[in-house]
Design a protein around this ligand. Structure first.
Ligand code: NAD
Ligand code: DAU
Length: 332
């Protein structure tokens, strides 16, 4: 795979994958990104110009997608509207990008015979009770809760249908919650780090007992590359790093890092339809492809992420005030 097209490659996780490809392969890379509010050109700064180029365009625009896809050996598809709260405020861009955009890419890879990897989420499986001994596996039935997760579930189904009906050479990965550099301040961990860094209080939805299964973006990227290179066509792989933490545990760790009182928390309006718990069983990926996470200590990874945000305040401050104003208007 000499020429790789990465959709959404200017976003939080896609940009990490572009760096990972540069460091671990000889591929030349095209990023196709609409440069929405979630994109960061800075996250791609410093990459070698003879190996990485940025094309600004919409994955739902076939006049852009068709010729571009045909120039590549593989497409790794990250582009999406990605934030649950936004999907509750206005689902329409989620339907257009996540469903129509994925459809447009699938038609292009079908015509050009190009390998496709679809990056998806564990949220397609709905949620688990806090005391459920089970975790999500590749066989868990789909049961999405929000417009975002329903749009991702629909996109997964499209990929499976294009594999079965048209023989498209595709794989799918469903990953748990990512943390690390360049994540937008609308998301939980960056929002709370930046609140506390400015002397404010973390804003926790509901009772704060909801559990997420955290993985560092670097580990997500190494898993996607392993699947792209060695995954079996038509297969789905779950990606997770055994990082289950309640939201309260996470904000208390952030408060401790700053030397603040662990109970210095604002409990705010809950998210509609808020999923209780996600948990990933990633045994298939580990056994078949030999993948292992390198960030196996969440507290150390979180501490490094806090330090990264403190060193990059010029970047996140550009979006902080408007993001907080939108949350405040909803009592969050
Ligand atoms: P993000 O919101 O940070 O970035 C999304 C990127 O896609 C942005 O650069 C944006 O400009 C681009 N984009 C949006 N609409 C587009 C369009 N129509 N055409 C072209 N580009 C478009 O998202 P993220 O958190 O980096 O997530 C990336 C992918 O990983 C998504 O598919 C998401 O569902 C999946 N995922 C995310 C997580 C997580 O914890 N964030 C976990 C599992 C899976
Ligand atoms: O599980 C994978 C998913 O993880 C990805 O598919 C999504 O793209 C990604 O955004 C993420 O979804 P979540 O909804 O789990 O992440 P978010 O950061 O929005 O919220 C994490 C948890 O924190 C969730 O239980 C809601 C809660 N929360 C969130 C915010 C923004 C708060 O308590 N307070 C907040 O201010």
């Amino acid at each position: 795979m000499d020429r790789v097209l990465v959709t959404g490659g200017a976003g939080f996780i896609g940009s990490n994958f572009v760096h990972h490809l540069v460091e671990h392969t000889d591929a030349t890379i095209t990023v196709l990104d609409k440069m929405t509010y979630a994109a960061n050109a800075e996250a791609l700064a410093g990459l070698p110009a003879d190996r990485v180029r940025l094309v600004v365009g919409d994955i739902a625009d076939e006049t852009v997608v068709e010729p571009l896809v045909a120039e590549h050996d593989a497409v790794v598809h990250y582009a999406a509207e990605s934030h649950n709260d936004n999907s509750l405020d206005d689902p329409s861009p989620f339907i257009r990008t996540n469903l129509l955009g994925t459809f447009t890419l699938l038609e292009a890879v079908r015509r050009a015979g190009v390998r496709f990897h679809h990056v998806s989420t564990d949220e397609v499986y709905g949620d688990l009770d806090l005391d459920d001994p089970k975790r999500f596996t590749e066989d868990t039935p789909y049961n999405p809760s929000s417009p975002y997760s329903a749009s991702k579930a629909g996109s997964d189904h499209l990929v499976r249908a294009w594999v079965r009906s048209f023989g498209v050479r595709a794989t799918i990965s469903n990953c748990s919650n990512n943390y690390g550099p360049w994540q937008h301040v609308e998301k939980f961990i960056p929002r709370q780090i930046t609140n506390v860094a400015d002397g404010g209080r973390p804003k926790v939805y509901g009772d704060g007992l909801n559990v997420r299964d955290w993985i560092h973006t670097e580990d997500h990227s190494s898993a996607v590359l392993a699947i792209l290179e060695r995954g079996r066509i038509g297969e789905t792989y779950l990606i997770g790093a055994d990082g289950e933490r309640s939201n309260l545990e996470v904000v208390r760790a952030i408060l401790r890092h700053f030397g603040r009182d662990e109970d210095d928390i604002d409990f705010v309006n809950d998210r509609a339809g808020h999923d209780r718990r996600y948990a990933i069983e990633s045994g298939k990926l580990r056994a078949e492809l030999g993948w292992r996470p390198t960030y196996d200590d969440f507290d150390a990874g979180l501490a490094a992420t806090i330090e990264w945000y403190l060193a990059h305040d010029g970047w996140w401050r550009r979006a902080k005030a408007s993001t907080e104003a939108a949350y405040a208007a909803k009592g969050q």
